[in-house]
Write a protein that binds this ligand. Structure first.
Ligand code: ADE
Length: 240
């Protein structure tokens, strides 16, 4: 691989990776000037492919990071409008489950697909559109080398898990719960570009401790764990 696009939601997730890659800020395309997405670029080096890092940026109305699927889709479109890429990586933090033996700080790579758990459209054809199952690049060997776990990544626009989400996730086999991957994957698919998700676990959804409490306590450590895996992954992608 020669060019990889990485899409991330929160600055706290992205900062360690941006620093480790030595990526520097670049201007986005003129058409995207009104969007909060922020781009950074790291040139190819040794076995490492060229990297474009797109971070969703902050919401001008509330001042917080634009987490969730809407901003993720926009950021992906901005990134992919700048040229062609061999792989899109949706990277960030996520929830896992004790019932799947997940532990805080585990890093998962999506396999065999990314799906949505909160787009319920009970109309012929639209049900499948809402689920939005998108196959992921086969990085199983790399995942084993990197000590990553594999699992279905399931996306919704809420941090909590409603009883309906819980039912849907049990049915869809999701192992990793987050808020962007399906949107990134959909845009990548529109561009005929392979996609993967790399997600570090900040919280266990089926723990008695509130998700928000776990998330806040573990965000920095998970971002470091994510950074280390991402650098290793990107370095090996040059041989793929
Ligand atoms: N990001 C980190 N933890 C999450 C969770 N439990 N649900 C959705 N997004 C997350």
């Amino acid at each position: 691989m020669e060019r990889v696009a990485i899409i991330m939601a929160m600055e706290a997730e992205a900062a360690p990776l941006r620093a480790a890659l030595g990526a520097t800020a670049i201007a986005g395309p003129a058409w995207a000037a009104a969007l909060p997405v922020r781009l950074a670029h790291a040139p190819a080096a040794g076995t490492r492919p060229e990297v474009l890092l797109a971070v969703n940026g902050t919401d001008p109305a509330t001042g917080v990071d634009c987490i969730g699927s809407t901003a993720a889709a926009l950021s992906t479109q901005v990134a992919l409008s700048t040229g062609s890429f061999d792989l899109v990586v949706t990277a960030g933090t996520a929830g896992g489950w004790q019932r799947s033996n997940a532990e805080i700080g585990d890093v998962y790579i999506a396999w065999p697909h990314i799906t949505c758990h909160d787009r319920r459209i009970d109309l012929p054809g639209f049900d499948q559109f809402g689920r939005a199952d998108i196959s992921t690049a086969d990085l199983r060997l790399l995942a084993a080398d990197l000590g990553c776990r594999l699992g279905i990544v399931t996306t919704g626009d809420s941090l909590d898990e409603s009883p309906t989400d819980c039912e849907r996730i049990l049915a869809n086999g999701g192992k990793v719960k987050e808020m962007e991957a399906a949107a990134v994957a959909w845009v990548a698919q529109l561009h005929d570009t392979p996609v993967t998700a790399v997600k570090a676990i900040t919280d266990l959804v089926d723990s008695p401790v509130a998700t928000a409490t776990q998330f806040t306590a573990n965000l920095a450590a998970a971002a470091e764990s994510l950074q280390a895996t991402m650098v290793d992954l990107i370095d090996r992608l040059g041989d793929q």
